[in-house]
Design a protein around this ligand. Structure first.
Ligand SMILES: [Zn+2]
Length: 89
């Protein structure tokens, strides 16, 4: 009889601790939404463009766009690369 009572108490403690942990996780998520941030960064994975000068790949929003040449958009990783490419032409 005592064994069963003991098991019930253990189970009760386990459930209490588990729900408490879930509550804390929820609070932590609202204060530090790191998981949501990870999701967002994955969603906002954008197309990579190649720097016409050094060949490095950079996200389109970080690239410096140059004029079109024969219908192709040229991108550069930095203004330095843009200037270098210009001087090569
Ligand atoms: Zn470059």
């Amino acid at each position: 009889m005592f064994k069963i009572l003991f098991l019930i108490i253990i189970l009760f403690i386990f459930i209490t601790v588990y729900s408490f942990k879930k509550k804390i996780d929820g609070i932590l998520d609202s204060v530090f939404p790191s998981k949501n941030r990870e999701k967002k960064s994955k969603d906002s994975l954008e197309e990579l463009v190649q720097c016409a000068n050094c060949g490095i790949y950079v996200p389109r929003s970080h690239a410096i766009r140059k004029i079109r040449i024969k219908g192709d958009d040229l991108y550069f990783c930095s203004s330095k690369c843009k200037e270098e490419y210009k001087s090569k032409q």
